[in-house]
Every structure is written in C-alpha cells, then in structure tokens.
Design a protein around this ligand. Structure first.
Ligand SMILES: [Zn+2]
Length: 337
C-alpha cells in the first residue's frame, strides 16, 4: 500500500490524539518518554494506531545499531488486518527527518506468512511433595529471526541454574519448587495461559519469572503491587551485599502475568539498567551477546530469594483478581481480556 507517512514520535496517547492518521502510515519510536511514568509496550502503540484509523504501523528502534525490531502485534486469533513492520533507528531517523520537511508518502510491502504451529511447556520439580509450591519460570520460545539468546535463552538458563543450585539444599525447602519453561510467550503468553487454565492456582505460593534478564549485573524485580513480595528479594540483596531494584508497578508482558491476573503473587525478575531490549527481538539476539558473569550475578540472589520464598511463611497472600483490575486502572494499563 502507498499512503502518507506520519511521525507520531514516541507514540504516547497524547501524541496519537494530536495526529491525523486516518488511512495513513504511523511511524512510532520504541522508547517511552521518561515523564510518562511507565513504559508503553509496542502492542499498546499498535492498538492506538488502529484506533486512530491508521492503515499501517512502522515501529522504529530507538537503540543505535540494534537493527529493526520485531514483536507480536496480533490478537488472540492471530494477525490483525493492519500491517506492521520494524525499522532500524538509523532508517527511522531518516524518515523522521523527511517527515519534518515535506509531505512524505511511503509504500509498505509486507511479505510474510502465518502458520499453525505447535508448542509445549517443560516442567521439573524439587523439594518435598507439598500441596503448596513455588514456581520458577521462563519462556523458551523466541522470534524465528534469531536464536533468542537474551530473550529468553538467558531466562531458561537461569531456571536450570536455580534448579541445579537448589538441588544441593533440597532438604532445606519447606515447600516444593516447580521449575517450568513455557512455550509461545512471544505470541500472547500462550504457554503460561494454558498452564494457568489447567493448574490449581490456590496451590501456587508465588511465581518467580525470569525474562529480559542477563543484560546487566544487577537485578530489577517487578513485584506487581503485592505487599510483602519484595521482602525475600531485599533480604537476599542485603545478605549478599548486591543491589536489587524493586519495581512495584504491574508488569503485564511476560509469563508471570496470567498468574498475577488471577491474584497469584508473581514477580518478573529482569536486568536493571536501561529499559531498551538491546538485541532482543532482532536478528542480533544471538549467544555471543550473553555475558556469563551477568548470568552468575543474577543466579545467586535469585536462588537465595527462591529459597526464602520456599521456606517458612509465604511472603505475600493471594488477592482477589478484581484488585488486580483496580491496580491496572490506577496505573492506566488497558488489560486485554
Ligand atoms: Zn521474553
């Protein structure tokens, strides 16, 4: 298709409101302005573009040298009708320059296919055969353009490493720990959603999900507003003398989310530092990008925190799912049903 190209900046709701996009191509950056208060996910920007009547969506990377980004923008039933593509920061910058100077039209030609695929979840268990259990999770799928080393081979490596470490002190666990890697996270959290639909959630003490991890030496732990849930991570950080950045806001974009949505205490353990994905979601997300020291530095406090969660009293209690809805509303998160 050929249509006028409109620069919508970083794609905040205000920027979309100010733009006339009916039948046009929306060009949006992958970053979020600091004063917005929370990160805006690609899928939200795509949805804003559709609501504004855009005919196409161009997602430009804001990270220099890190290639065109990809990522799911489909609905529950597969791809939606408005095509979307990723462009590199460098090409994006050129398009932005031209948009500022002249009325620019773009021709968008998308050659792709959507196929029926199969996926699966992998599970193992340590510790006593208790009714209650702690879940340690990551996702093993990636985008088919690269190995997915950072997103999320690193998280899977950490799940296996935590199992290896905790196996040495299995007798110290008061409740069982289930280690899982989910499939099909990148296309709508399908593996974890499937598990949540079939699991006895009242038996899950807490979920510790590893994603966007291994990119720096320090941990950021998203605790989704659960009182008490930061405690085991803070205790681990204090006893080991390492920093951990507790982020209490909802983080609705990885496999802990289907659990949290149902009121189960869940965290996403990620790398602290910049909010960009780096090589994640690009052709460059390959094994050579991982740093063993980063993984080791993440594994040690995480293992200590999981041991803490799996001993003694639970750090946090389950909440009514309606409470999660209220938190989302307060934070301006539009939750998909
Ligand atoms: Zn991921």
């Amino acid at each position: 298709m050929t249509a006028p190209l409109v620069d919508v900046g970083t794609g905040t709701p205000a920027e979309f409101e100010a733009a006339d996009l009916e039948g046009k191509l929306a060009l949006v950056s992958s970053d979020t302005p600091e004063d917005y208060g929370r990160w805006i996910h690609r899928r939200e920007k795509y949805n804003f573009a559709i609501e504004a009547g855009a005919a196409g969506f161009l997602f430009r990377n804001h990270v220099p040298g890190c290639l065109p980004p990809t990522g799911d923008i489909g609905g529950r039933d597969g791809p939606r009708s408005v095509p979307g593509i990723g462009v590199s920061r460098e090409l994006g910058a050129r398009l932005v320059r031209h948009c500022a100077r002249e009325d620019l039209s773009g021709t968008l030609q998308v050659d792709c296919r959507a196929e029926q695929m199969e996926s699966g979840n992998v599970s193992g268990r340590l510790g006593p055969e208790t009714d209650e259990m702690v879940l340690v999770t990551a996702h093993h799928d990636a985008h088919d353009i690269a190995e997915g080393a950072r997103d999320n081979g690193a998280g899977c490596a950490l799940v296996v490493e935590l199992a290896r470490m905790l196996a040495h002190i299995e007798d110290d666990l008061d409740v069982g720990v289930q280690f899982m890697t989910f499939g099909a996270e990148e296309v709508g959290l399908r593996g974890s959603r499937h598990h949540v639909e079939h699991a006895a959630l009242d038996r899950v003490r807490a979920v510790v999900n590893c994603d966007a991890i291994g990119g720096s030496r320090d941990l950021a732990v998203h605790t989704n507003g659960f009182d008490g849930l930061p405690d085991p991570f803070e205790r681990a950080a204090n006893s080991l003398g390492v920093p951990v950045n507790i982020k209490p806001a909802l983080a609705p974009h990885s496999d802990h989310w289907p659990f949290v949505r149902r009121g189960v205490p869940g965290v996403m353990a990620a790398s602290d530092g910049s909010d960009d994905r780096g090589w994640g979601h690009t052709h460059g997300d390959t094994l050579d990008k991982l740093d063993r020291r980063n993984l080791r530095e993440a594994a040690v406090p995480l293992a200590a925190a999981v041991l803490d969660i799996a001993t003694g009293e639970p750090p946090a209690t389950h909440v009514d799912p309606a409470e999660i809805e209220r938190r989302a509303e307060r934070e301006g998160q539009v939750l998909e049903t």
